[in-house]
Write a protein that binds this ligand. Sequence first.
Ligand code: NAD
Ligand code: WQD
Length: 349
Amino acid sequence: MGQRKKILITWGLGYIGSHTATVFIEAGYDVIIVDNLSNSHESSLEAIKKITWKTPKFYELDLRNYWDLDTVFEKHAKDIALVIHFAAKKAVWESCQDPFLYYDHNIFWTMNLLKVMNKHWVNQIIFSSSATVYDAENLLPPFSETDKTKTTNPYWTTKLVIENLLRDMVMHKWFSAIALRYFNPIWAHSSHLLWENPKWVPTNLLPFLLKVAKWEIEKLSIFWNDYDTEDGTCIRDYIHVMDVADAHFSAAKYLFDRIEINETSEAYKADPTFEICNIWTWYWKSVLEMVDIVKTVTDKEIPYEIVERRAGDVAVSLANPIKAKQLLDRESKRTVVQWVEDARLYINK
Ligand code: NAD
Ligand code: WQD
């Protein structure tokens, strides 16, 4: 990895960013977090410190402000080995209501970041993409990285646009980049000090399922049950958030292992590379299977009702993780049942 020991995580106090920060800190890196706290809490810094005994350098800033970001790079760029870019608003329904909010947020602010990185000779980046870029309605799952992409809403479009921005940076600006495509991260750090703790109400299955198990809400609404699947409900790959965090570390290690330090040992020279990897588990579950797992492990009734389909849902959205195993030597280790076992204490609290 050479002399540079700092990792800058954009939007690093969010769900996945905060968990990823713990992995890099525990591996001996100094983590810098930039976040505007629009969907996270500064208390996550305390949680990261309790877990790792180190507090990341935190800058409360908005990526929309180029000069704020530039100031951070002025100060740290010579020590930054890598940027991990989690930046995105991620609510499909919101992106359909306000596409320009998503184009500004997810694309324009990413361009700010790339400009600042380029200006300060920081040229390695891992991007948090999404498996929603695959043409799920016309592909036979599990999807591979070379499969056709097609997006049906502005949020998913922003992911594909950013992947192509990175491709340009690699071809023309000596960047190296890895885009990690994942879909349904779940659960939390084993300390239960960090978890999905957004300011907006989460619309994902697992937070609702947990609330029903804890009797915080009366019942789960299952969005339709006559999809073309065995039990009629949608099938997804629910991946433990720590497996997602570990995957970012494996991607970083892949990039670091490719770096040759030039004579001046000031800048890093590595042949530019752009890779896309699916980060998945092979533990695919339907909505009803997830209900049964939580019910069995927690020995609690999980009331639910079948309601109308939710716009944008597809029956099966799955990808294969073979390339991540071959290229990054990364495969997910935690199964859904382990997740629920781990969550049992939380659910029964
Ligand atoms: P999150 O909402 O928990 O975290 C996003 C963070 O970004 C928050 O801390 C928020 O305060 C911060 N932020 C938002 N706008 C900002 C701005 N303009 N400037 C600075 N900070 C800003 O999201 P997450 O679930 O951790 O997702 C992180 C990434 O992973 C996103 O790119 C998302 O698309 C991707 N992803 C998430 C999922 C999922 O289901 N959670 C699945 C696949 C991919
Ligand atoms: C999973 C399944 C629902 C809630 C979303 C985003 C995607 C990505 C991951 C960022 C679906 C069903 C859910 C509920 C239900 N985010 N469900 N009742 O839709 O697969 O993907 O998060 O990249 O962009 O679209 O995840 O957890 O919302 O839904 O029946 O109250 O659970 O219909 O089949 P999804 P999800």
